[in-house]
Ligand binder design. Structure first.
Ligand code: FPP
Ligand code: MG
Length: 336
């Protein structure tokens, strides 16, 4: 199954999610619908809502209004993290367009993020049960922990691979995993099915962030929709850089140490490190790890638990698409 067939499978339900999103960004304070509308028109793939709905279907549930509300709640939390993250990272371009902090300022970006978090709680407050509220709150807490850990590990080459993996679990794996968990809870799945979906989400979430970190060194802005090299320039020590550092000779290690301390790196310095990364197999190492996570994720969707169906195929497609996202950026890169 192609990714487009997955979205086709949920075409009407994705429209319901979109309608719920629009309904919940209405406010008499005109800046709220204005900025939220700009943000929500930005072309996100709605992967997290899709996973809430897919997990519900895998557990033989229907896409009820409750499911739609929870899917929307998750998307609001995700949007809020990006609004806050773009302020922390001083990002100017996302999904090919100016970020909210660039267009309206950091205060607006932070406050709109706060608004979306409040709305995400309100959305499910009247129509939920303690387990779903707990799951969403836990994911939000982990996201913030991930953001704080990442921020406090910036420019530190002493970070271990284990610490890096914990950060990416918290900032990305947790909400993807909870999206799957919500679908299972809302469909009254048994605990085994719920646990399998939690693990599936966690593992694809890890792969998603690993690929995202690869693409920050090995992709093209045109396809990525944001400038390449942001992590490097902002001093984020992600796995490709960590691997390169650990496997370099002492002279190049010193260069990397100097780069990471410098907050005014040039494009030439970035291109230099980018080349070293490809030569030194740092990109391959990170992609191999992402593939391992995808393989592991798939083992949790074993046919004895989830019967053969379009929804099972769609889950495999979403998993594979995480790796293919990077490959899709290669043709443009090879032409340059
Ligand atoms: C993007 O990572 C950032 C995240 C996935 C989450 C970071 C978390 C926070 C800023 C805490 C805020 C939490 C809440 C609940 C509001 P990235 O910078 O690697 O990706 P990017 O290149 O797309 O920006
Ligand atoms: Mg960022």
């Amino acid at each position: 199954m192609e990714f487009s067939e997955v979205t086709a499978l949920f075409k009407d339900d994705l429209k319901r999610v979109e309608k719920e999103i629009r309904k919940n960004i209405q406010s008499q304070i005109s800046l709220i619908p204005q900025i939220s509308g700009y943000l929500m028109d930005g072309g996100g793939k709605r992967i997290r809502p899709l996973l809430v709905m897919l997990a519900s279907k895998l557990c033989k549930g229907e896409i009820t209004d409750r499911v739609i509300k929870h899917a929307c709640s998750i998307e609001f939390i995700h949007a809020a993290t990006l609004l806050h993250d773009d302020v922390v990272d001083e990002t100017t371009v996302r999904r090919g367009r100016e970020t909210v902090n660039t267009k309206w300022g950091s205060d607006a970006s932070i406050l709109l993020g706060d608004y979306l978090i409040s709305q995400s709680i309100l959305l499910i407050a009247y129509d939920s049960e303690s387990r779903t509220i707990q799951a969403i709150a836990e994911a939000a807490k982990e996201l913030v922990e991930g953001g704080i850990k990442e921020f406090s590990s910036a420019r530190k080459l002493s970070i271990t691979e284990e610490q890096y993996l914990d950060i990416i679990y918290k900032k990305t794996g947790s909400i993807i995993s909870v999206s799957c968990k919500l679908g299972a809870i809302l469909s009254n799945a048994d605990s085994m099915a719920e646990r399998s979906l939690v693990e599936f989400g966690k593992n694809i979430g890890m792969a998603f962030q690993l690929v995202d970190d690869v693409m920050d060194y090995d992709s093209s802005e045109e396809i990525l929709g944001k400038p390449v090299g942001n992590d490097f320039k902002e001093g984020h020590v992600t796995l490709p850089l960590l691997y390169l550092y650990r496997n370099s000779n002492s002279s190049f290690k010193k260069d990397i140490e100097a780069f990471i301390k410098n907050d005014k790196l040039t494009d030439e310095e970035f291109f230099f490190v980018q080349d070293k990364m490809r030569e030194g197999k740092a990109i391959d190492y990170t992609l191999d790890l992402a593939r391992d996570y995808i393989d592991k994720a798939k083992t949790f969707l074993n046919p004895s638990m989830f019967k053969e169906s379009d929804y099972l195929d769609a889950s495999f497609t979403i998993a594979d698409n995480i790796i293919e996202r990077h490959l899709a950026t290669r043709p443009a890169l090879n032409q340059t």
